[in-house]
Design a protein around this ligand. Structure first.
Ligand code: BDR
Ligand code: CA
Length: 327
């Protein structure tokens, strides 16, 4: 059973990922011990409230405000994290996710509130409470993970694995010509994460784009009669409209859910292992992930990152659909 601490910027595909994680929890296949939010698709506080909205929809309550802890009787602690990147201005993604991050469908306030602890402090505390057990799944900019590394230099030895959705290698960027959004939103923090001595799995656009869902998948979701399926269908409507010009058909790339699925089912991915760096100075390429693809002995002595370059698309799509329909 995986022990997951989720760091995100909820966000439409982050919300679908929360539904997927909730299905794993319900099936006894994963434990969700906490969630932290970060600036990115929306501001970090809105992301935390969105997270609570999604969790409450599927019967998972947030821990009481002010109460730090681990998920259990008390609920899942949802912590607000960094409100801005380390070394640049903050940007949000209203065009892709709506001004409220969930497709502007007018959701009510959640019943619960975020805990008082910061997301970075929560990462350190939960990793220390379960040494060697925690999978840190990150589907937003990496500011909270970078800050946690600065807070506790021993963190890399305490975490089981870090799984990140972000980056683009042999694929165009989605926020600039070369950069992927999660990395571009905080390049310095991302580079800290790739430089640290911990096992990192990176799920870039090269792996996520081929998994774009289509009419069949979206119609299969819309046909299901449950609160979770209706919610997913409503928020995806905005995302699909945003994606249609890029895909040139009705569809959407649910990036973050692929990272979550590869965190618990790594055998569904194909990988290459290479040191990864983030371009921090390029005039046209700041925020781009870079690897040395030459077949030479690596000159870069950073610990190699396991980069997903493909996945079993049919199994991913079928399992994601089944997961949301199971709630
Ligand atoms: C990533 O950027 C965000 O908009 C999505 O939620 C995803 O995490 C894709 O580049
Ligand atoms: Ca995200």
């Amino acid at each position: 059973m995986s022990t997951i601490l989720f760091d995100c910027d909820t966000g439409i595909d982050d919300a679908i990922t929360l539904l997927y994680l909730a299905s794993l929890v319900r099936a006894g296949e994963a434990e969700l011990i906490g969630v932290g939010t970060v600036h990115g698709n929306v501001d970090a506080r809105t992301g935390a409230l969105n997270t609570l909205r999604v969790l409450e929809l599927v019967g998972i309550k947030g821990a009481e405000a002010g109460e730090a802890g681990e998920a259990g009787e008390a609920g899942v602690p949802v912590a607000v994290g960094a409100s801005r990147p380390m070394a640049q201005d903050v940007h949000y993604a209203a065009d892709w996710h709506g001004a409220d991050g969930l497709g502007d469908i007018g959701l009510p306030e959640p019943a619960g509130r975020p805990v008082a602890e910061s997301a970075a402090a929560q990462i350190v505390r939960l990793a220390r409470s379960r040494p060697g057990e925690v999978t840190l799944l990150a589907t937003g900019p990496l500011t909270n993970l970078g800050a946690a590394l600065l807070l506790d230099p021993e963190l890399p030895a305490l975490v089981r694995e870090v799984v990140v959705m972000g980056g683009a290698f042999d694929h165009p960027g989605n926020i600039t010509t070369h950069a992927e959004a999660n990395i571009w939103h905080d390049p310095e923090a991302a580079d800290l994460v790739f430089a640290a001595d911990w096992p990192v799995v990176l799920v870039p656009l090269d792996a996520t784009h081929p998994t774009a869902v289509d009419d069949r998948w979206l119609d299969g979701l819309a046909a299901h009669d449950s609160d979770a399926a209706r919610f997913a269908t409503r928020i995806l409507e905005f995302y699909v409209t945003a994606y249609t010009p890029t895909l040139k058909r009705r569809g959407a790339v649910i990036h973050d859910a692929l990272a979550a699925m590869l965190a618990v089912r790594p055998e569904l991915g194909t990988y290459v292992e290479r040191p990864v760096r983030v371009e921090l100075r390029g005039e046209l390429t700041r925020g781009t992930t870079v690897w040395d693809a030459r077949s030479l002995p690596a000159e870069d002595h950073r610990r190699p990152v396991r980069v997903a370059v493909g996945s079993d698309v049919t199994t991913f799509q079928d399992r994601l659909l089944a997961a949301v329909r199971s709630l």
